[in-house]
Design a protein around this ligand. Structure first.
Ligand code: TYD
Length: 137
Protein backbone atom coordinates (compact mmCIF):
# COMPACT_ATOMS: atom_id res chain seq x y z
CA UNK A 1 0.00 0.00 0.00
CA UNK A 2 1.44 3.30 -1.08
CA UNK A 3 2.18 6.31 1.11
CA UNK A 4 2.46 10.01 0.27
CA UNK A 5 6.24 9.53 0.18
CA UNK A 6 5.77 7.39 -2.96
CA UNK A 7 4.15 10.34 -4.75
CA UNK A 8 6.85 12.40 -6.38
CA UNK A 9 7.31 15.24 -8.84
CA UNK A 10 8.89 14.04 -12.08
CA UNK A 11 10.85 16.23 -14.47
CA UNK A 12 9.46 15.71 -17.95
CA UNK A 13 11.55 15.78 -21.06
CA UNK A 14 11.50 19.37 -22.35
CA UNK A 15 12.84 20.97 -25.50
CA UNK A 16 13.41 24.67 -24.93
CA UNK A 17 13.91 27.30 -27.59
CA UNK A 18 13.64 31.08 -27.96
CA UNK A 19 10.29 30.57 -29.68
CA UNK A 20 8.81 28.46 -26.86
CA UNK A 21 9.04 25.13 -25.12
CA UNK A 22 7.78 21.62 -25.79
CA UNK A 23 7.30 19.06 -23.03
CA UNK A 24 6.85 15.42 -24.07
CA UNK A 25 5.76 12.26 -22.31
CA UNK A 26 5.53 9.06 -24.35
CA UNK A 27 4.38 5.57 -23.45
CA UNK A 28 7.30 3.15 -23.15
CA UNK A 29 9.72 6.00 -22.62
CA UNK A 30 9.67 7.81 -19.29
CA UNK A 31 5.98 7.30 -18.53
CA UNK A 32 5.61 5.27 -15.30
CA UNK A 33 2.47 3.62 -16.77
CA UNK A 34 0.72 3.24 -20.11
CA UNK A 35 -1.55 6.25 -20.54
CA UNK A 36 -5.15 5.24 -21.32
CA UNK A 37 -6.96 8.52 -20.66
CA UNK A 38 -6.27 12.24 -20.69
CA UNK A 39 -8.52 14.86 -19.14
CA UNK A 40 -8.11 18.42 -17.98
CA UNK A 41 -9.73 20.77 -15.53
CA UNK A 42 -10.21 24.36 -16.65
CA UNK A 43 -12.51 27.32 -15.98
CA UNK A 44 -12.18 26.47 -12.29
CA UNK A 45 -13.52 29.46 -10.33
CA UNK A 46 -10.96 31.04 -8.00
CA UNK A 47 -11.69 29.70 -4.51
CA UNK A 48 -13.20 26.43 -5.77
CA UNK A 49 -11.97 23.16 -4.31
CA UNK A 50 -12.00 19.83 -6.14
CA UNK A 51 -10.90 16.27 -5.50
CA UNK A 52 -12.09 14.77 -2.25
CA UNK A 53 -11.57 11.17 -3.27
CA UNK A 54 -9.10 8.33 -3.70
CA UNK A 55 -8.79 5.56 -6.26
CA UNK A 56 -8.32 1.84 -5.65
CA UNK A 57 -6.17 1.16 -8.72
CA UNK A 58 -5.75 4.32 -10.81
CA UNK A 59 -2.35 5.95 -11.25
CA UNK A 60 -2.18 9.54 -12.43
CA UNK A 61 0.27 12.16 -13.58
CA UNK A 62 -0.82 15.72 -12.95
CA UNK A 63 0.61 18.70 -14.82
CA UNK A 64 -0.03 22.40 -14.29
CA UNK A 65 -0.31 22.99 -18.05
CA UNK A 66 -1.11 26.62 -17.24
CA UNK A 67 -1.21 28.60 -14.01
CA UNK A 68 -0.98 26.94 -10.62
CA UNK A 69 -2.87 24.97 -7.97
CA UNK A 70 -2.16 22.89 -4.88
CA UNK A 71 -2.66 19.13 -4.43
CA UNK A 72 -2.93 17.90 -0.86
CA UNK A 73 -2.22 14.17 -0.78
CA UNK A 74 -3.19 11.98 2.16
CA UNK A 75 -2.39 8.29 2.68
CA UNK A 76 -4.63 7.97 5.76
CA UNK A 77 -1.69 8.59 8.06
CA UNK A 78 0.32 11.46 6.59
CA UNK A 79 -0.43 14.41 4.35
CA UNK A 80 1.85 16.11 1.83
CA UNK A 81 1.22 19.30 -0.10
CA UNK A 82 2.39 19.91 -3.67
CA UNK A 83 2.23 23.35 -5.27
CA UNK A 84 2.25 22.81 -9.04
CA UNK A 85 3.09 25.68 -11.38
CA UNK A 86 5.64 24.24 -13.83
CA UNK A 87 4.39 22.68 -17.12
CA UNK A 88 7.60 20.66 -17.43
CA UNK A 89 6.89 18.76 -14.17
CA UNK A 90 4.32 16.11 -13.30
CA UNK A 91 3.08 14.97 -9.91
CA UNK A 92 2.89 11.17 -9.92
CA UNK A 93 0.00 9.99 -7.75
CA UNK A 94 0.05 6.33 -6.79
CA UNK A 95 -3.11 4.28 -6.16
CA UNK A 96 -4.83 4.55 -2.78
CA UNK A 97 -4.05 8.20 -2.10
CA UNK A 98 -6.74 10.69 -1.06
CA UNK A 99 -6.44 14.08 -2.76
CA UNK A 100 -7.85 17.56 -2.32
CA UNK A 101 -7.14 20.24 -4.91
CA UNK A 102 -7.32 23.94 -4.13
CA UNK A 103 -5.83 27.41 -4.76
CA UNK A 104 -6.47 27.28 -8.51
CA UNK A 105 -5.10 30.42 -10.12
CA UNK A 106 -7.34 32.20 -12.60
CA UNK A 107 -7.18 30.52 -16.03
CA UNK A 108 -5.22 27.53 -14.74
CA UNK A 109 -5.33 24.20 -16.57
CA UNK A 110 -4.84 20.96 -14.66
CA UNK A 111 -3.88 18.25 -17.14
CA UNK A 112 -4.20 14.65 -15.95
CA UNK A 113 -2.79 11.54 -17.60
CA UNK A 114 -4.39 8.38 -16.24
CA UNK A 115 -3.53 4.69 -16.31
CA UNK A 116 -7.15 3.55 -16.85
CA UNK A 117 -10.31 4.70 -18.53
CA UNK A 118 -12.96 6.33 -16.33
CA UNK A 119 -14.54 3.89 -13.90
CA UNK A 120 -16.71 5.24 -11.08
CA UNK A 121 -16.30 1.94 -9.19
CA UNK A 122 -12.58 2.74 -8.82
CA UNK A 123 -13.39 5.85 -6.74
CA UNK A 124 -13.62 6.01 -2.93
CA UNK A 125 -15.50 9.23 -2.23
CA UNK A 126 -16.10 8.75 1.50
CA UNK A 127 -13.14 9.61 3.74
CA UNK A 128 -14.16 7.23 6.55
CA UNK A 129 -14.43 4.37 4.05
CA UNK A 130 -11.00 5.33 2.71
CA UNK A 131 -9.47 5.36 6.22
CA UNK A 132 -10.91 1.93 7.05
CA UNK A 133 -9.71 0.48 3.75
CA UNK A 134 -6.19 1.81 4.35
CA UNK A 135 -6.14 0.40 7.91
CA UNK A 136 -7.15 -3.06 6.64
CA UNK A 137 -4.41 -3.06 3.99
P1 TYD B 1 -14.00 13.91 -10.34
O1 TYD B 1 -12.93 12.94 -10.74
O2 TYD B 1 -14.69 13.69 -9.03
O3 TYD B 1 -13.42 15.41 -10.38
P2 TYD B 1 -12.33 16.17 -9.47
O4 TYD B 1 -11.43 15.15 -8.83
O5 TYD B 1 -11.62 17.05 -10.43
O6 TYD B 1 -13.05 16.99 -8.47
O7 TYD B 1 -15.06 13.98 -11.52
C1 TYD B 1 -16.12 14.94 -11.53
C2 TYD B 1 -17.26 14.35 -12.34
O8 TYD B 1 -16.86 14.09 -13.67
C3 TYD B 1 -17.79 13.03 -11.78
O9 TYD B 1 -19.20 13.04 -11.90
C4 TYD B 1 -17.24 11.98 -12.71
C5 TYD B 1 -17.05 12.74 -14.01
N1 TYD B 1 -15.90 12.24 -14.80
C6 TYD B 1 -16.12 11.47 -15.93
O10 TYD B 1 -17.26 11.17 -16.32
N2 TYD B 1 -15.04 11.02 -16.64
C7 TYD B 1 -13.76 11.30 -16.26
O11 TYD B 1 -12.79 10.87 -16.93
C8 TYD B 1 -13.56 12.11 -15.09
C9 TYD B 1 -12.17 12.45 -14.61
C10 TYD B 1 -14.66 12.55 -14.40
Amino acid sequence: MYSVEDCVVLNLSTIKSFSGNITVLQNDNKAPFQVKRIYYLYDVPVGAERGGHSHYELEQLVVAASGSFTFILDDGENKKEFFLNNPSEALYIKPGIWREIKNFSSGSICLVLASEIYLESDYIRDYDKFSLWKLKK
